[in-house]
Ligand binder design. Structure first.
Ligand code: ADP
Length: 429
C-alpha cells in the first residue's frame, strides 16, 4: 500500500497526516510551534517524521508541505538562513508600499504590506542586517524562499523552488507562468549589492525530486519517495474540504470570515482585497471580511454560543441589522476603512441578540459571494464550512436560508489533509 503524506506548518502548530489511496487517514501527528524560527521549523519537520510509525514511513510514496502564506526568508545555497524570516502577519512592509505601488501594476495581489514582495523589498532596503552573508553568498548566491519552499528543500535538497500559490504575492504570474517584466526590471534597481534569486516556480503538487539519501536513511523513507511542490496553508485547507467544481466554495468561520469560491474566471480587485489563485484550470477567488467569531467572543463564551443558539429558530429572519466588527474598518465585501462597528440596538434577550449577530454575519457572507459573482466569478452552487462557527447547526441553517444553496460541513478541514491530497494527486496525474 502506498501512502501520501501532507505536512502543514500553520500559525500555532505543525501537523502531518498520512492518507492511503482512498484518501483515508492512516496516521496523524502534531508538533506545537510556540515560536516561528527556521530552527524550530526544522525541528518540527523532523519530529513529525520521527513520530510516524515506521510501517507508515516505509510506505510513503509522496510528500507535500504547506506553509503560512508570505512567510519568507533569505538563505544561501546550502539552505542556511542568512537573516531572520519575516512572518506571514508582519506588516513592516508598510514602509515600502510607495515603491511597491510604483513598480507593480494597479490592483496586483502583491500590493500589500504583508505580501512576499513587500518583504523582499524590505530586505532590499536593509542589507546591513545580513553583512556577513554578502561575503558568504558572493560565490554561492542568495535565495529568497517561502517557508514551504524552505521546508521542502530540507527533504528534496533542490534549492530555490516554489509553487504558484506561495509565489502569487511575490508577483509571479500564474496565468502565463512567468515573473512579469516589471518585476524582473525592478529587482536590479532595488538591490544595490546583491540580487537574490527568486524561486523557480512550478504547479503545486509537481514532483520535484526524490527524498535526499540522507533524509531517506534517517527517517526510513523509501528511496523513491517523491517530494512535491507545496502550497499555502489556506489553500491546503480548501483542498481538504473536497470542493472541486466551479461554483463550490468554502467559508471559514473563524475569528474572521474568509470566503473562497472556485471559479472558471479569474477575479482580482485589490480595493476589496479580492484575488485569485490558480487551481489547475480553475481559479480560486476569495476575500476576507473583518467580521466573524472574534466579535461573538466579545459577548459570549463558546458554551453560551452553543447553548443560546439552540433556542434560536433559524427559519425566522432576525430584524436586527448589525455590522459586527471589533474596531472600525472593513475591506470586503464593503471597502470602507472607517466603517464603524454596528451592534445597536441590543435587545434585552441574549438569544435575540445572538440571533441578530449570526443573522448579520450570514448576511455579510452572502453579500461577499454576491460581490465575487458581480466581479465575474462563477455562480455559487454549494458552500462547505470550516472553522469554529461550522460546529453551530443553527447558524448553518440561518446561512443556508440566506445563501440559498446547500451548506455542508465537510469531513475534513485540516490543511495537512489537503496537503496529503495534493501529494496523492501527483501520482494520479
Ligand atoms: P481562528 O482559527 O480564526 O482563531 P477558529 O476556527 O478556531 O478560529 O474558530 C474560533 C471562533 O469560533 C471563535 O471566535 C468563536 O467565537 C467561534 N465559535 C466557537 N464556537 C461557536 C459556536 N458554537 N457558534 C458560533 N461560533 C462559535
Amino acid at each position: 500500500m502506498t501512502l501520501y503524506l501532507g505536512i502543514d506548518f500553520g500559525t500555532s502548530g505543525a501537523r502531518a497526516v498520512a492518507i492511503d489511496d482512498h484518501a483515508g487517514i492512516q496516521a496523524q501527528v502534531d508538533f506545537p510551534l510556540d515560536r516561528q524560527t527556521p530552527e524550530l521549523w526544522q525541528e518540527g519537520l523532523f519530529a513529525l517524521l520521527d513520530q510516524l510509525p515506521l510501517s507508515v514511513r516505509q510506505s510513503i510514496g509522496a510528500i507535500a508541505i504547506d506553509g503560512t502564506s508570505s512567510t519568507v526568508l533569505l538563505c544561501d545555497r546550502s539552505g542556511a538562513p542568512v537573516v531572520e524570516p519575516i512572518l506571514y502577519n508582519d506588516a513592516r512592509g508598510i514602509t515600502v508600499m510607495e515603491t511597491l505601488r510604483e513598480i507593480a501594476p494597479p490592483n496586483h495581489p502583491a500590493i500589500g504590506a504583508t505580501s512576499s514582495l513587500a518583504k523582499l523589498l524590505w530586505y532590499a532596503r536593509h542589507p546591513k542586517l545580513y553583512p556577513d552573508a554578502l561575503h558568504r553568498v558572493a560565490t554561492t548566491g542568495l535565495f529568497f524562499l517561502h517557508q514551504a519552499d524552505w521546508l521542502g528543500f530540507q527533504l528534496h535538497g533542490q534549492i530555490g523552488i516554489s509553487d504558484y500559490h506561495n509565489a502569487l504575492k511575490l508577483g509571479y504570474d500564474p496565468e502565463h507562468l512567468f515573473y512579469p517584466e516589471w518585476l524582473r526590471l525592478a529587482l536590479p534597481q532595488l538591490f544595490t549589492k546583491f540580487i537574490p534569486y527568486l524561486p523557480h516556480v512550478v504547479k503545486p503538487g509537481t514532483p520535484i525530486a526524490p527524498i535526499t539519501a540522507e533524509m531517506g536513511d534517517r527517517f526510513g523513507l523509501p528511496a523513491d519517495c517523491v517530494i512535491c511542490a507545496g502550497t499555502t496553508d489556506s489553500i491546503a485547507a480548501f483542498l481538504a474540504s473536497g470542493a472541486r467544481e466551479p461554483g463550490e466554495a468554502v467559508t471559514s468561520l473563524g475569528s474572521t470570515v474568509v470566503l473562497k469560491l472556485l471559479s472558471r474566471d479569474r477575479v482580482d480587485d485589490a480595493r476589496y482585497g479580492i484575488y485569485s489563485h490558480r487551481l489547475g484550470n480553475l481559479w480560486l477567488t476569495g476575500g476576507a471580511s473583518n467580521t466573524g467569531g472574534a466579535v461573538l467572543r466579545q459577548f459570549f463564551s463558546d458554551r453560551q454560543l452553543a447553548e443560546f443558539s439552540e433556542s434560536i429558530d433559524p427559519t425566522l429572519e432576525s430584524p436586527l441589522k448589525y455590522y459586527p466588527l471589533l474596531k472600525p474598518g472593513e475591506r470586503f465585501p464593503l471597502n470602507n476603512p472607517e466603517l464603524p462597528p454596528r451592534l445597536e440596538p441590543r435587545p434585552n434577550s441574549d438569544v435575540e441578540f445572538l440571533h441578530g449577530l449570526l443573522e448579520s454575519i450570514a448576511r455579510i457572507e452572502a453579500r461577499g459571494y454576491e460581490v465575487l459573482q458581480e466581479f465575474g466569478a462563477t455562480g455559487l452552487k454549494r458552500v462547505y464550512t470550516a472553522g469554529g462557527g461550522s460546529k453551530n447547526p443553527t447558524w448553518t441553517a440561518i446561512r443556508q436560508r440566506r445563501l440559498n444553496v446547500p451548506v455542508i460541513t465537510p469531513t475534513h478541514t485540516e490543511a495537512a489533509y489537503g496537503a496529503a491530497l495534493l501529494a496523492r494527486m501527483q501520482d494520479r496525474g
